[in-house]
Design a binder for this molecule. Structure first.
Ligand SMILES: Nc1ncnc2c1ncn2[C@@H]1O[C@H](COP(=O)(O)OP(=O)(O)OP(=O)(O)O)[C@@H](O)[C@H]1O
Ligand SMILES: [Mg+2]
Length: 249
């Protein structure tokens, strides 16, 4: 198993946001964690990425295994340096005053120690531009001048530049018009299929997420209440009622 989350608890101060959640992601899968506002999706991603951010919660219980080894004591930068995972955070986090090209280049910095890094980074940037030709057209443009959709593409591009084959995304559909949203998910699907990239995506948009993922988990108020393959989840009356705006039965 690539990732195995066991009974994970996280808290902000004395407020617990995740009350012991367990899930797995196997190599090559696309797995989604769906849930409404405040369910704890971002908290789960922050815990997984071990981000040393002030807004990140503390892990107060359980374990996170990566390839069978606990990463709870692993330095966050080591996760990136060793290309174990890359996070596309909510709100994109690109550098507004740098160009598209520069944003991609900087994201590849952890790989500068690799032999042949210039060729490797140029090749990855080529892949990003191939996935999103718009980014190629706008490669000299500053990040802040990109549209929301283009910024989201660039954020994914930056994750790819780290060379990780496991990418986690926080609500990639957020704020995107349907056409751009589908373009984003199409690109993710292509990366999964052609480049064997494993994808873990948290989404409020359950309909799209379940259409796109192989398997899913439903998070409600810090607990996982349902799991299964996406098709079954999408047919589940409770999921339909609460997350798909359907009638349920
Ligand atoms: N920095 C923080 N300090 C205190 N509480 C927080 C903090 N960040 C999140 N929380 C709380 O933790 C819970 C889970 O929040 P989280 O951001 O993980 O939810 P989410 O599923 O990502 O929601 P959204 O869909 O709105 O992004 C919420 O009750 C939230 O108020
Ligand atoms: Mg969130």
């Amino acid at each position: 198993m690539l990732l195995e989350v066991q009974n994970l608890r996280v808290a902000y101060g004395n407020i617990e946001a995740l009350h012991g959640i367990s899930f797995t992601v196997d190599r090559g899968e696309i797995v989604t964690l769906i849930g409404a506002n405040g369910a704890g999706k971002t908290s789960a991603l922050y815990a997984l990425a071990r981000l040393p951010r002030p807004e990140a919660p503390l892990v107060t219980g359980g374990d996170i295994l990566y390839d069978g080894q606990s990463i709870l004591k692993t330095e966050p930068h080591a996760l990136i340096q060793n290309r174990m995972l890359a996070l596309v955070p909510e709100g994109r986090h690109i550098f507004g005053n740098l160009t598209v090209e520069e944003n991609l280049k900087i994201a590849g910095f952890p790989r500068l120690k690799e032999a042949n890094h210039a060729a490797v980074l140029a090749e990855t940037a080529g892949l990003v531009y191939e996935l999103f030709p718009r980014l190629y057209e706008r490669r000299k443009q500053r990040g802040e001048l990109l549209s929301g959709g283009e910024q989201q593409m660039l954020a994914l591009g930056r994750a790819l530049m780290t060379g990780s084959d496991f990418i986690m995304l926080d609500e990639p559909s957020m704020g995107l018009a349907p056409k751009l949203m589908y373009e984003m998910f199409r690109a993710l699907k292509q990366l999964n299929y052609e480049k064997q990239i494993t994808i873990f995506v948290v989404e409020q948009n359950a309909r799209v997420a379940l259409e796109f993922a192989n398997r899913g988990y439903v998070l409600r108020s810090g607990k996982i209440i349902e799991s299964g393959n996406s098709k079954d989840l999408a047919r589940d009356p409770e999921v339909k009622r609460a997350y798909l705006g359907g009638q349920g039965t």
